[in-house]
Write a protein that binds this ligand. Sequence first.
Ligand code: PHE
Length: 387
Amino acid sequence: MKRKLSLVLVVTMVLSLALTGCGGNQPQAPAAPAAPEEIKIGSVFPVTGAIATFGQSSLNGTQLAFEEINNAGGVLGGRKLVLINEDNQSKTEETATAFQKLITQDEVSAILGSVASSHSLAGAPIAQAAGIPMLSPTSTNPRVTEVGDFIFRACFIDPFQGQVMAKFALETLGVTTAAMLVEQDSDYSKGLAAYFKKAFEAGGGTIVAEEGYKSTDTDFSAILTRVKAANPAVVFVPAYYGTVGPILRQAQAAEIDAVFLGGDGWDSDKLFELAGDAANGGFFSNHYSPDAGTPEVEAFLAAYQAKFNAVPDALAALAYDAAYMLAQAIEEAGSVEGVAIRDALAAINFTGVSGSVTFDENRNPVKSAVIIEIRDGKQVYKATVNP
Ligand code: PHE
């Protein structure tokens, strides 16, 4: 397949040389063969603001994948992938602007991103309307891909993630009472809380307290006082590290005697900085663990470590997978047209670091989750949960 494509490329180049060569009567110096046209891919990853570690990891993973793909000859017979990242500053409003800019100004062929579900929900209608395929590596709210047939994701969705943590509480921890802290301006938090509640109650558990807060809040003492009074065995905190950190610290100060549980939004080294030892003893669900030990994970760890001198988190792994998946779709589409890429993505059979992907009718992959325990300020792999 690759060889055939490069043959086509050589023939095209020879032909175009021949054509330009016999244009005029003046003797002309032979033109240098034009390099194959680059393929522009956009991304909307927040490298500043409240969830900056998510964006930086996603950007790292994508850059590593594009570098490897380009070094191995690119796609479509030698065309290189060029990444244009727009930083949405961790803001929903900026996300729409970023999508618009990438599509109308940069004329990208596809968009990777965004990270947070609220951000992807703001960008998806713009990509859909323009017929530009969008592949979010990490947005887990089900509504994201429901926006339309150009919208895909590389991760499992929150009904599964909520069920994983509810079952873990009921069956592994053996508890029957839970409290939930829900971020009112986050589609991710509200969705994941609702799915946890549904599965926890279906399994015989009781939600004894449900408290809301805003993503800009920093003082959680009032809601934590009410949680303490309800005396839950576990407290579910589906949020991002920037709010989870202070919540855990303040819960420890309030002497709440419960196990704290969360979702993928806990996955940041910054969590340990913000929470200190209050994070210890907590558990959260995630997409991948660097301790998985598969050949794909080992190779990825080595390459990422060599380039960034860090252990890749789940965001880096999913972005790396999403970038490879998009490249495979472009290769299989044989084109950079939106409709062709969309159709190739819909039919894809892909294996990456975070598992294998085929899409269901809502463009969601079905993938396993891992449960991570926080021990001595470190993430420790606890279990894998299959769908
Ligand atoms: N799943 C989160 C969301 O949809 C984003 C996220 C993924 C955060 C993975 C951390 C790790 O908003």
